[in-house]
Design a protein around this ligand. Structure first.
Ligand SMILES: Cc1cc2nc3c(=O)[nH]c(=O)nc-3n(C[C@H](O)[C@H](O)[C@H](O)COP(=O)(O)OP(=O)(O)OC[C@H]3O[C@@H](n4cnc5c(N)ncnc54)[C@H](O)[C@@H]3O)c2cc1C
Length: 165
């Protein structure tokens, strides 16, 4: 993900690097072939009249690769553009208290802080991140990493009760 311009109203450039590694394409082709095997196996076989996409004529690896390149997409769960991590992680934009490194008074609270994509869906983890953020901001959370400091615009409040987080 890159900035397209210093103008904050200009949308950023997002390149998901589809098939950026050759294994990704190999896996997609193998998946297509496996799907065909399933469709050619009873009892599914009896219910299938015709393969529409990419169609039976697409048989070679190159044909299937071409189809994959044309149809590749995400499954609505892009995450991790502002990865959270320890102070020692050079790729971590966000500290464990959700504060943006190098910018005082700014936290990120959304799916972009996920260090890696969860194997399940992403909406519930976002709610968990938000709940955790509330605890941190209101002072109810116990931080586990040393030297965690609150963003400078944090509203100070005495927690009513301290619970493990
Ligand atoms: C089609 C689709 C189906 C999905 N289905 C599921 C599902 O079934 N189950 C599941 O768990 N997850 C599902 N997800 C994923 C889930 O919706 C997301 O992971 C989750 O919503 C991410 O939360 P977020 O807060 O990070 O971002 P978002 O929910 O995208 O929230 C970002 C918010 O910021 C606002 N915004 C953007 N730019 C600005 C700006 N400049 N100023 C002010 N506000 C701004 C947007 O309007 C938006 O409200 C689906 C996603 C999609 C796209």
């Amino acid at each position: 993900m890159r900035l397209a311009s210093a103008d904050p109203t200009v949308l950023p450039q997002v390149d998901p690097q589809f098939f950026g590694h050759p294994d990704d394409l190999r896996l997609a082709i193998a998946g297509l072939r496996y799907a065909r095997e399933i469709l050619a196996t009873s009892p599914v076989r009896e219910m299938v009249t015709q393969e529409l996409f990419p169609g039976e004529k697409a048989a070679s690896d190159e044909d299937l690769a071409d189809h994959c390149r044309k149809t590749v997409k995400t499954n609505y769960h892009p995450v991790g553009t502002c990865r959270m991590g320890r102070d020692t992680d050079p790729l971590a934009v966000v500290a464990p208290d959700l504060a943006v490194r190098g910018i005082a008074g700014l936290r990120i609270v959304d799916a972009s802080i996920m260090p890696t994509i969860p194997s399940g869906n992403t909406n519930a983890p976002v709610l968990a991140i938000a709940e955790k953020a509330v605890d941190i901001i209101t002072g109810h959370a116990r931080m586990f990493h040393e030297g965690a400091t609150a963003p400078s615009n944090q509203v100070s409040s005495e927690p009513d009760q301290v619970h493990p987080s």
